[in-house]
Design a protein around this ligand. Structure first.
Ligand SMILES: *[C@@H]1O[C@H](CO)[C@@H](O)[C@H](O)[C@H]1NC(C)=O
Length: 239
């Protein structure tokens, strides 16, 4: 009995609610035509938005392409820059090795026979290497004033010359030797008062070739502070 009463009450309530909704739909405050018009407008706006979106998307694609192109260009430039760096480094290395090589190729010396005072060498019983003691210059240190011997530091073409002075009627004879072999000589046969003689030669030398001058046996050579007697040489160019 109690359940039956509750079901009836519920039915009454549902009916009341239903009639209220129906009343809303039919009320003049809901203008369906106007709503449809609004929807039409909205459709147009959506179409415009779609068009704008398409445009923006295609612009975005173009930008993407541009960025990719720029990246490719940048990569090319970076590669070129690396290649240039390598080239510069190689050039620097070559320059340094050339400079080092060139340093070793500066060879020139000049020396007078006596370091000081006046004097003579000879006549002596045997041929003797002349030791020129007054060193004017010795770039490259190829000339040794202790032995009078020049040792070629690089392969190349060299020029050597020597000058001898004597007096008092004694013969002077000097030769320039390469590795012990006579290359060129001077000779003054018993000059009545005094004698001067000079010779020079261009020689192709290998590294280590030795050049010196010798005074022949029973001859003599003179020198004083004017350095009449001297020996010089220099590298003309390396080979
Ligand atoms: C050799 O040279 C010296 C120095 O220049 C000079 O005084 C002398 O007269 C020269 N001797 C001869 C024979 O020309």
């Amino acid at each position: 009995m109690k359940i039956k009463t509750m079901a009836v009450l519920l039915l009454v309530l549902l009916l009341c609610a239903g009639s209220s909704i129906a009343q809303d739909l039919l009320s003049p405050s809901v203008d369906i035509i106007a709503e449809l018009e609004k929807l039409k407008h909205m459709d147009g706006r959506i179409q415009k938005l779609e068009e704008t979106l398409t445009k923006v998307l295609s612009e975005n694609e173009a930008l993407k392409t541009e960025v990719r192109d720029s990246q490719n260009k940048l990569e090319t430039v970076q590669k070129e820059s690396e290649a240039l760096k390598t080239l510069v480094q190689d050039s620097q290395n070559k320059l340094e090795s050339l400079q080092k090589e060139n340093e070793g190729k500066k060879v020139a010396f000049s020396a007078g026979l006596l370091a000081s005072g006046t004097g003579k060498i000879g006549p002596i019983g045997d041929t003797k290497t002349l030791e020129y003691k007054k060193v004017f210059s010795n770039v490259g240190n190829a000339y040794d004033s202790n032995t009078g011997i020049f040792t070629a530091p690089v392969k190349g073409v060299y020029y050597f010359r020597f000058y001898g002075h004597c007096h008092d009627g004694t013969t002077m004879a000097i030769s320039l030797l390469k590795n012990g072999q006579s290359q060129c000589s001077v000779h003054a046969w018993k000059p009545a008062s005094n004698g001067n003689a000079s010779n020079g030669v261009v020689l192709t030398l290998e590294i280590g070739d030795k050049i010196n001058t010798v005074l022949w046996r029973n001859t003599w050579v003179y020198d004083d502070p004017a350095s009449y007697t001297s020996f010089s040489g220099f590298l003309i160019f390396p080979l």
